[in-house]
Design a protein around this ligand. Sequence first.
Ligand code: V47
Ligand code: SF4
Length: 363
Amino acid sequence: MISKKYFENVGLGSILEKVLDGERLSIEDGHILYNCADINALGALASIARRKLHGNKAFYVLNRHINYTNICINGCKFCAYARKRGEEGSFHLSKNEILEKLRNAPVSPREIHVVGGCHPDIPLSFFEETFIEVKKEFPKATLKCFTVVEIANFANIEKTTTLEILKRLQAVGVEMLTGGGAEIFASETRNKICPKKIDAETWLKIHGEAHSLGFSTNCTMLYGHVESIADRLDHLDRLRKQQDISGGYNCFIPLPFLTENSKLKIDNPLTGLDELRTIAISRLMLDNIPHIKAYWVMLTVKQAQAALHYGADDFDGTVVEEIIGHMAGASSDQAISRKDLEEMIIGCGFVPVERDAAFNEIS
Ligand code: V47
Ligand code: SF4
């Protein structure tokens, strides 16, 4: 246990007081945290916040990712996954291919995570028909589908509103949205890395709409590219303000930028310590979002284990197949078994707790 004196000596005395009192940290506090060279102190502070919420538990889920298409009209500069229609390596899955992938998952999934590119013309009826069948075959699984960027794309294709799209998806059993597509909200930086993507206000607005309909959603931040520390803190601040208003975010996932095959060239790739620092600061700034995910696919399993000591409480899940991160150079495996997830969590001193998609504990 690090003493109060220790935090004072590294310039974090007043932030420690706020964390202990459950007081919101300011953006200025965020800068102080980023400027603190003592990574152990950051980890200890984030662990105080994490343990207040979740004690010694670390969550995992039996899930299956489905990336249904990589055809995308957005052309984000950082993305190594997307292809143009007809380009070599482009794909989209049929309803039967999606069902087959689910049937062949090593364990019956509790959470089905569906995301893809912004395809120019797959009609929403394709997903409605597919999800009706998926729910028939996998009634216990929660459908966690699409980023709000895809929701906006469907609204364009169907010439309707995003609210209407959300209602149609809800009617066929979709209960959650994924957190992708947030990237970085600050407009100048966002325009450099994904100029065609919906802007921050629209991204937040659609999450607000989803929350008003009773969806719970996740949220992300892509970091380690051309953004500044001020951009990161602005991003976290906008998420917590949205959460104050609409309250439906379950989990935040900081996504470290993976550089392989990306058109976005950067001078200083992230270090492992940068990743831990950002995870810790996310935990401390996002006082109203219950969970922070250590997404092992992008972090590697070893770093995800370390992240549990830097504020993260969720290890994500079995995943089974993932393309977005692997196209960008993720060196992790495609899948992890329940046994391995549990052993990894125990191995770094936490108690593994299986959860469903909404973070209800499964005994
Ligand atoms: O939206 C794309 C990001 C996201 C790269 O909600 C990249 O539970 C790093 O959002 N390096 C998709 N990241 C993944 C995602 C996600 C993952 C796991 C769980 C959840 C959840 C959501 O991946 C994209 C984009 O932000 N991304 N390219 C890259 N080169
Ligand atoms: Fe398309 Fe998503 Fe890749 Fe952007 S990040 S190009 S929206 S698949």
